[in-house]
Design a protein around this ligand. Structure first.
Ligand code: HEM
Length: 508
């Protein structure tokens, strides 16, 4: 018995000793790996001033452009100081993909400005949430309920109606004001917003009574509150973003401005949601994203549902407009591209109006779409990411706590990757290297697990719009239009709406 006990004791003691050594061994290897990362060289830093760092060098208000200029001096990865925070800037496909794909597990979270924290209801949107259970279930919803291939098939009639309405308004313009330039944005934006509302609530909305504000709003006013004011708010800068240790100092004017936008947006969303819920009582056709979320995502609060539905509205209404407007601007400027496009459409569609089914056989339309995305990426900077643990990019050590800016504009303007990047030249995508169906010829939609969920919808809408608008009209720029190429704030949106002279083509 005693020997039995001593055998057991011996076994227990040797197991403890074994586990102790195993733990030591594992901890040696894990610290060894960590120290391997921290022994890598530091990311090259752009010289700046004490306290403010490089903030004063970013006064041009187009950070993606300044970042791209700096990448020519400091390389595809460098760091800057934005007040007290360190921002690592990536401006090449290789470094951007490494951050978005290979090192994703270390830098999957977001760092939001104070303005975005309020406007996204503290990361309650797919695009701005951290990579967690909320993100995974919300992304599944947006793909199954709206943006995935099957859902997009169900929403086809909305896209068909969009292009019919736009072209018939343009024809009306040529009949009523044949000599006058047309404001393309005003027409396209209105119709696109209509699609965004139909996808969200199952119907376009001409006006709504907003009980919380005590006013009836027209569709244009709804657009202003849900899209325009939000875009303006998203780029609003709070100086405390750069000095978090001073966050206790009040910035009342900024806070009031952002809170007002946020509350008005929620009030309008609530009115639209109540309107749709009332309609559900009498209608059998309930196919809309709001109803999808109400039935499929029961754990969400009403505020989360409102923000997730609003997200689809702002994303539909903005990015596709930016791309289509710039494409039409470049087509109007480059008559030979318009001619070549007409020839391609004629050879594939004959006298028939172009439809989505034709798109895979129209490589030039595809080239125009991707070349426009390359030169005018609607999201020139990916929403800032955050390294929550030590990691590496491009062979450099990126310490935990660094913010990461992926400069899509810089990737798409990289001289080492693109021949004559400043030039808008759709032929570059006719090269055999590029597959027509590949939506990721440029970095415009991001990459990896957080790649854009709306790429398919955007390519269908913008592709058809580009082709139909040229199939039916000849486009020319109004005199002086070429000087109006500035962009709005930190975005890629054209600062001044495109004003073009249009003539119906003989066959249309
Ligand atoms: C030309 C049009 C568009 C461009 C260039 C674009 C670009 C982008 C980019 C750069 C990202 C960030 C990717 C990242 O963080 O790695 C993104 C994310 C996203 N986009 Fe788009 N987008 C477009 C259209 C749309 C549309 C029409 C919708 C929806 C209606 C949409 C929905 C989303 C969503 C939900 C995400 C978040 C994905 C995630 O975090 O998992 N996008 N988009």
């Amino acid at each position: 018995m005693a020997s039995m006990i001593s055998i057991l004791l011996g076994f227990v003691v040797s197991s403890i000793i074994f586990i102790f050594f195993l733990k030591k061994l594992l901890s040696f290897f894990s610290t060894h790996n960590m120290s391997e990362v921290s022994m890598l060289p530091s990311v090259p830093a752009v010289p700046g001033l004490p306290l403010v760092g490089n903030l004063l060098q970013l006064t041009e208000k187009k950070p993606h452009k300044t970042f791209t200029k700096w990448s020519e001096l400091y390389g595809p990865i460098y760091s800057i100081k934005m007040g007290s925070s360190s921002l690592v800037v990536l401006s090449s496909n290789e470094t951007a993909k490494e951050a978005m794909v290979t090192r994703f597990s270390s830098i999957s979270t977001r760092k939001l400005s104070n303005a975005l924290t309020v406007l996204t209801c503290n990361k309650s949107m797919v695009a701005t949430s951290d990579y967690d259970d909320f993100h995974r279930s919300a992304k599944r919803c947006i793909l199954n309920g709206l943006l995935g291939a099957n859902a997009q098939k169900r929403k086809r009639h909305y896209r068909d109606a969009l292009i019919e309405n736009v072209t018939s308004k343009l024809h009306a313009h040529t009949r009523e004001h044949p000599e006058e330039p047309v404001n393309f944005r005003a027409i396209f934006e209105h119709e696109l917003f209509g699609v965004a509302l139909k996808q969200a609530f199952g119907k376009d909305v001409e006006s709504i009574y907003v009980e919380e504000l005590g006013v009836t709003m027209s569709k244009d006013e709804i657009f202003k509150v849900l899209v325009h004011d939000m875009m303006e708010g998203a780029i609003d800068v709070d100086w405390r973003d750069f000095f978090p240790y001073l966050k206790w100092v009040p910035n009342k004017i900024f806070e009031a401005r952002i809170q007002q936008k946020h509350k008005r947006r929620l009030a309008v969303m609530n009115a639209l949601i109540q309107d749709r819920l009332k309609q559900n009582e009498s209608e059998t056709d309930d196919d809309c994203y709001l109803n999808f979320l109400m039935t499929e995502a029961k754990a969400l609060t009403m505020e989360q549902i409102a923000i997730l539905v609003w997200e689809t509205i702002i994303e539909t209404a903005d990015t596709t407009l930016v791309t289509t407007e710039w494409a039409i601007y470049e087509l109007a400027k480059h008559q030979h591209v318009q001619e070549r496009l007409c020839q391609e459409i004629k050879s594939v569609c004959g006298g028939e109006k172009i439809k989505e089914e034709h798109l895979p056989r129209l490589p030039y339309v595809n080239g125009i779409f991707h070349e426009t995305l390359r030169k005018y990426s609607p999201a020139p900077l990916v929403p800032i990411r955050y390294a929550h643990e030590d990691t590496q990019i491009g062979g450099y050590h990126v310490p935990a706590g660094s913010e990461i800016a992926i400069n899509i504009y810089g990737c798409n303007m990289d001289k080492n990757r693109w021949e004559r990047p400043e030039e808008w030249w759709p032929e570059r995508f006719l090269d055999d290297r590029y597959d027509t169906s590949d939506l990721h010829k440029t970095m415009a939609f991001g990459a990896g697990k957080r790649v854009c969920a709306g790429a398919l919808q955007a390519s269908l809408m913008a592709g058809i719009a580009i082709a139909r608008l040229v199939q039916e009209f000849e486009w020319k720029l109004r005199d002086g239009e070429e000087e109006n190429v500035d962009t709005y704030g930190l975005t890629s949106q054209k600062l001044y709406p495109l004003m073009a002279i249009i003539n119906p083509r003989p066959s249309s």
